[in-house]
Write a protein that binds this ligand. Structure first.
Ligand code: 21W
Length: 247
């Protein structure tokens, strides 16, 4: 996959791109990332990229010209321009299903805003507008990094075969079951007996039950649009009864 990032702050990407799994994907050439600075496309002597909003109001806006020109440069240098993604608080909320759609693309371009936003006309150049969620950031850079991180780990070959992306809680639709590692007792806190039993069928059953219980108690919204099998349905009834008696 090839990813272009347009930003005023290229240095913000150094850490996240070069460590851990994404860093390895770059080394293995499963991923190429190019960062382009809008500042390199300004036409005036002082290299301004921002200006005051027409009609007044607080703050400054990224101007259309440096963004359009930076994007034109990206298009000129790519055989195939895939999705052009605007990071925007008013965009579609990012989640795992968006990540798996993006992971199928050959080329992604992220347009990061800063200051109080950008000239509205940039929206004519994008295929997607994505938000991280309902809180205010200082710019789109962290959004681009989150989306890149969640997307790149889904590219075949990026994760070792030890950790398969298909096992993720959100791809199964439930929260993850509790996990433990050695020692079996720490500060008096015991690992559940079943996990030490060596009975793999019992362990799998316990994990499925715990995942369902945790999802029901913490994120019941995730269960609304999910198909549960017969065993899960009967567990859920039991969990609901138990929970009611605790209230
Ligand atoms: C914050 C841009 C506030 C614009 C109209 C009138 C990218 C982001 C961002 C930012 C405003 C994402 C205004 C979740 C985010 C981002 C910077 C609003 C004021 N507009 N996901 N007045 N949250 N944020 N501008 O903030 O660029 S993805």
């Amino acid at each position: 996959m090839k990813i272009d990032i347009l930003s005023l702050f290229p240095e913000m990407f150094e850490g996240p791109l070069h460590e851990s799994i994404v860093g390895k994907a770059l080394e293995k050439n499963l991923l190429q990332v190019k960062i382009t600075n809008y500042r390199d496309f300004t036409k005036d002597r002082q290299h301004h990229v921002d200006d005051y909003p027409y009609g007044g109001g607080a703050g400054m806006l990224l101007q259309a010209q440096p963004i359009f020109d930076a994007l034109d440069e990206v298009k000129k240098n790519s055989e195939e321009v895939g999705k052009v993604i605007l990071l925007d608080p008013a965009g579609k909320k990012f989640d795992q299903s968006v990540a798996s759609d993006l992971a199928k693309e050959k080329h992604l371009t992220f347009i990061c805003g800063h200051y109080e936003g950008y000239d509205e006309r940039i929206r004519t150049q994008v295929t997607d507008e994505i938000s991280l969620g309902d809180y205010v950031l200082t710019g789109g850079e962290l959004g681009a990094m989150v989306i890149l991180d969640a997307t790149v780990r889904l590219i075949p070959g990026v994760l070792g075969n030890k950790a398969s992306a298909g096992d993720d809680s959100f791809s199964a639709g439930l929260l993850e079951y509790p996990q433990y590692t050695r020692p079996a007792v720490y500060r008096g806190l015991k690992v559940p007996d079943v996990l030490l039993s060596g009975n793999h069928q019992k362990i799998a059953q316990w994990r499925n039950y715990q995942a369902l219980k945790r999802t029901y108690l913490r994120r019941p919204d995730l269960l609304l649009n999910m198909k549960l099998d017969a065993e899960q349905c009967s567990w859920l009834k039991k969990i609901k009864k138990e929970y009611k008696s605790e209230l």
